[in-house]
Ligand binder design. Structure first.
Ligand code: C2E
Ligand code: MG
Ligand code: MG
Length: 663
């Protein structure tokens, strides 16, 4: 307990009067000397105690000194502290540096400071400055004995330390930090460390530098510490680390994190003999949502989906967002394969639940690819590639599906990639060109037009049909360039035919994949301008699947194309969803009855008949595709079908042969 002279009354200081060194009591709250012995009055150059008591020490006291005094007061209260400090007094304005011992004393119920002067320090100016610097610096300087207990703390250190009597080891939260620093000191006589430290402000990050030295007072070997609070820096660093490893939108770990943490998890699972499964989840119609509803709704959808995934996965698996609409999950458990399949199905169900976005109900599905660690593969990059390939296989299989990786998927992907590169090269070298299949008037048998069908004159493999490359063009986006290329060739050819007196029309296929591309119409018009071809000589063929979305963009594009003068045909009619209702809603001109219905003629004619009747009602013209036999043509004639294409007349031909046929 701090010495307490009396609870309330003025204590009797007469004993202190006898001391030969200066002693005074400083009233911290009042900022004045409360009592002083004779020696102290001399020291302070005061005529009497009354004179000294009159002096208001608080007025020109610096804020840092005032704060220090308040802290000393609290320390006296809590720890009964006692310490010495060099202290510069300014009796009547002239400085005198004394070594003073401070302790707490309770006077009239309040904690005051008992100051015992231990002598004047005869310091040269340089040392004095240094001592002052030590007093006022914000760096924490402390000295500890060999036993690790504190010998000295400068005011900044005293202000921060939670328990002034604590040794340096006790202040470090992690005992391993103490061991580390000790090892450095043993080896080099000095050490440096960033550690969690207990302070009055709670746990903080301090950078500590310690070195062995000699205590100048006792001559004993001791440790000199300097410390800086670097918590803010550390927090900024932690924040940067978090940001580098997390996706800010969903708060999920990101790709950067996956590459490190998932690799470590895979390696650990392998060491424990645990099977693993990596699940690659991709939302199916996300791009559509993003494009049609805007990015902010796209973001909302992603957040909702990631919440669903988090809820589903819980602590069972590790979940990360790779970017875009791709998520990755890692499972490591005994029955990883069946667990992964079950989880994938649960994910599919969870994702498929409708989402409300801006008052609209939106539904997306998920394709999931799974890589099982059966073959002992533990490299995260390889496992991710496998899961990714399996996910693509699921998409290929019609989306909203789950697939496990098999080695064949890898081979197919490699083959596709090399094909894609070859297509690029082929496009550069002008190896793609249209062949023309005659479109024949059923009644007269005259050739009235042609369909331009792309062929690839491959330098090694010879002539290739669209089935060998169209799907890769669509996946890679090359289809846009290919379609425009064929359109340009056809327009150029048609202008030439027209100039030579053949009043033909030409049909050109357009892939659904690029149909709503904003520059489609301008691009087509520019080609017409360059070739001198007219839009109303050309029919654009699109597939039924395009109309199913019933979205505004498709309708707008179709309307614009129609207004520009192009005829529009639905290709392969009847093979898609055959929702006849939508036909009315779009500005179409022609239906092409799919070959599969024609091939059944004349025996099985129900569907062909229905389609022809429908076209009559909707005032659409009809083209029958794939007519190979005379009996089929006879039936079509009987139904007053307008035109046909098929091997009965001719397959698609190069220009020269097509012209011979025209003649
Ligand atoms: P499609 O537009 O329905 O073209 C008709 C396909 O049926 C052509 O196949 C044609 O050669 C074939 N065919 C025509 N008459 C008969 C017949 O009597 N019997 C049989 N068995 N087949 C017949 P091809 O040329 O292999 O084209 C296949 C598909 O590739 C086309 O189907 C079309 O969807 C697509 N395609 C062709 N050229 C292009 C193009 O320039 N751009 C795009 N995006 N797709 C194209
Ligand atoms: Mg076609
Ligand atoms: Mg067709």
């Amino acid at each position: 307990m701090p010495r307490s002279v009396s609870a309330t009354a003025e204590p009797d200081f007469s004993l202190l009067e006898r001391l030969s060194h200066a002693v005074w009591v400083f009233d911290i709250d009042a900022g004045r000397v409360r009592w002083a012995n004779r020696e102290a009055l001399l020291l302070w150059r005061a005529e009497s105690l009354e004179d000294l008591r009159q002096r208001d020490m608080a007025t020109d006291m610096s804020e840092s000194v005032a704060r220090r005094l308040r802290q000393y007061q609290a320390d006296f209260e809590r720890y009964d502290s006692r310490f010495s400090e060099s202290w510069t007094l300014y009796p009547q304005g002239s400085p005198r540096t004394m070594l003073v011992e401070f302790s707490g004393i309770r006077v009239a119920g309040r904690m005051m400071m008992l100051c015992e002067c231990q002598g004047q320090l005869q310091l040269d100016a340089d040392t004095l400055m240094r001592a002052e610097g030590l007093l006022h610096t914000s760096a924490m300087i402390s000295m500890y004995g060999e036993d690790g207990m504190p010998l000295y703390r400068n005011p900044a250190a005293r202000e921060k330390v939670l328990d002034p009597s604590a040794g340096w080891r006790e202040r470090l939260l992690d005992p391993q930090d103490a061991a580390r620093l000790e090892a450095q000191l043993d080896q080099d006589g000095q050490g440096r460390l960033v550690a969690r430290v207990l302070t009055r402000k709670g746990e903080r990050w301090h950078e500590l530098a310690a070195r062995r030295c000699r205590d100048a007072v006792s001559g004993k070997s001791s440790l000199l510490f300097s410390e800086m609070d670097i918590s803010e820096l550390k927090e900024a660093e932690a924040r940067a680390h978090y940001l580098a490893n997390h996706d800010t939108l969903t708060g999920l770990p990101n790709r950067h994190y996956v590459m490190q943490a998932f690799q470590a998890l895979l390696t650990r699972a392998a060491a424990q003999g645990l099977p693993t499964a990596l699940l690659f989840v991709d939302l199916d119609r996300f791009k559509y949502v993003n494009d049609s509803l805007g990015h902010s709704f796209g973001d909302q959808l992603l957040v909702q989906m990631s919440e669903r995934l988090k809820g589903l996965v819980g602590a069972r698996a590790h979940l990360a967002r790779l970017g875009g609409d791709e998520f990755l999950l890692l499972l490591a458990e005994d029955e990883a394969e069946s667990a992964a399949r079950a989880l994938a199905l649960a994910i599919r169900e969870a994702v498929a639940r409708p989402v409300r976005l801006g008052g609209m109900e939106v539904q997306v599905t998920a394709s999931v690819g799974i890589s099982l660690g059966r073959d002992g593969e533990q490299d995260i990059q390889t496992r991710m590639r496998h899961a990714d390939l399996a996910m693509y296989a699921a998409k290929d299989a019609g989306r909203d599906d789950v697939m496990c990786y098999t080695p064949e998927m890898g081979e197919r992907a490699r083959a596709r990639l090399s094909l894609e590169n070859e297509i690029r090269r082929g496009l550069e070298n002008g190896e793609f060109l249209p062949y023309y299949q005659p479109q024949v008037d059923c009644g007269s048998g005259r050739i009235v037009g042609a369909e331009a069908l792309v062929r690839w004159q491959h330098p090694e493999r010879g002539l290739l049909l669209p089935g060998a490359f169209i799907s890769v063009c669509e996946e890679s986006g090359l289809i846009r360039e290919l379609d425009l290329r064929i359109f340009r060739e056809a327009a150029h050819q048609l202008a030439d035919w027209r100039a030579r007196g053949w009043a033909l029309t030409v049909s050109v296929n357009l892939s659904a994949r690029q149909f709503t591309h904003p520059s489609l119409l301008p691009d087509l018009c520019e080609i017409l301008r360059q070739t001198g071809c007219k839009a109303d000589w050309i029919e654009l063929e699109i597939t039924e699947s395009l109309l199913l979305g019933r979205d505004q963009a498709t309708l707008q594009t179709l309307t614009a194309l129609r207004e520009a003068g192009f005829a529009i045909a639905i290709d392969d009619f009847g093979t898609g969803y055959s929702n006849l209702g939508y036909l009315q809603q779009y500005p179409l001109t022609t239906l092409k009855i799919d070959r599969s219905f024609i091939s059944r003629l004349p025996e099985d004619a129900a569907i062909a008949e229905l389609v022809i009747t429908l076209c009559r009602l909707l005032k659409l013209s009809i083209v029958a595709e794939g007519v190979e036999r005379q009996a089929q043509l006879d039936w079509l004639r009987g139904m007053q079908c307008e035109q046909y294409q098929g091997f009965l007349c001719s397959p698609a031909l190069p220009v020269k042969h097509f012209e011979e046929l025209l003649d």
